[in-house]
Design a protein around this ligand. Structure first.
Ligand SMILES: CC(C)(COP(=O)(O)OP(=O)(O)OC[C@H]1O[C@@H](n2cnc3c(N)ncnc32)[C@H](O)[C@@H]1OP(=O)(O)O)[C@@H](O)C(=O)NCCC(=O)NCCS
Length: 220
């Protein structure tokens, strides 16, 4: 890409962020990342190609904390919170070759010609994170994992498999310790035509005037 094209893209991106009221404090966002409205991204966060980050999600927005890494093709829903020093969608090196070192597939070593070899190694993140998910600090989420709506991942966890919606999970490997809400409440949420994260902020703020509990959101 020419320098002029790069500068044009940068200006286009800045305009887009401003229009969508995003607060983006990092320069390390790949060009084809899709960003929703009111997204906050902290300093030095790295977001690789093909990621989608939906409305009101915030990623490590505090100054002076370690940045977050988000690998390619990660999809993150609305109103998620991702704590500092977390790594989302960490890929694996091949285990069945004479070496796990990238010498067998990275174009830095083998050149651009060996496409087959490169295609066989999938280093993309492909993680899917639902809405209203809170990922604490120092969390590693492995490749291809799905984290359900409303889930919480405790600080320092390593997430190796899919996480149930509204569960609170911790540890290495990350396991469920409890649920955020009762089964009755979770069923009621699933029956809503439109969940709270799909409503306008004005609607949400109006509800909050009655209190912050899930019961208020369901009944008021
Ligand atoms: C997961 C979390 C939300 C649970 O909070 P909680 O419901 O108040 O949990 P409790 O403190 O009652 O702990 C319940 C059990 O889980 C354990 N536990 C809690 N968090 C843990 C964690 N991150 N890793 C391992 N075990 C954990 C506790 O030791 C306790 O074990 P016990 O029953 O054997 O005594 C919280 O512990 C956490 O990790 N928060 C993330 C904080 C963070 O990273 N903030 C950054 C800002 S984005």
């Amino acid at each position: 890409m020419s320098i002029i094209k790069k500068i044009e893209n940068k200006i286009k991106k800045r305009k887009y962020y401003k229009k969508n009221n995003c607060e983006i404090k990092t320069k390390y966002i790949s060009s084809n990342v899709e960003m929703g409205k009111n997204v906050k991204i902290g300093k030095n966060t790295i977001i690789e190609e093909g990621c989608k980050i939906d409305n009101y999600t915030y990623i490590n927005s505090r100054q002076g904390m370690h940045p977050v890494y988000i690998n390619s093709n990660t999809i993150i829903g609305k109103y998620c919170s991702i704590g500092p020093n977390s790594m989302i969608g960490i890929g694996n090196h091949p285990l069945d070759r004479f070496t796990t070192h990238p010498v067998t597939y990275d174009k830095y070593y083998v050149g651009d010609t060996d496409e087959n070899t490169q295609q066989k190694v999938n280093m993309q993140g492909n993680v899917v994170i639902g809405n209203d998910v809170w990922i604490g600090c120092n969390v590693v989420v492995m490749q291809d994992v799905k984290i359900g709506d409303g889930a919480v991942i405790g600080a320092g966890s390593i997430v190796t498999k899919d996480i149930e919606p509204y569960s609170i999970s911790v540890g290495i490997p990350c396991e469920k310790i409890k649920m955020r809400f009762s089964n009755t409440i979770i069923k009621e949420i699933s029956k809503l035509d439109k969940n709270w994260w799909d409503q306008d902020l004005d609607y949400i703020i109006k509800k909050m005037n009655f209190g912050n509990s899930i019961e208020v959101f369901l009944n008021e």
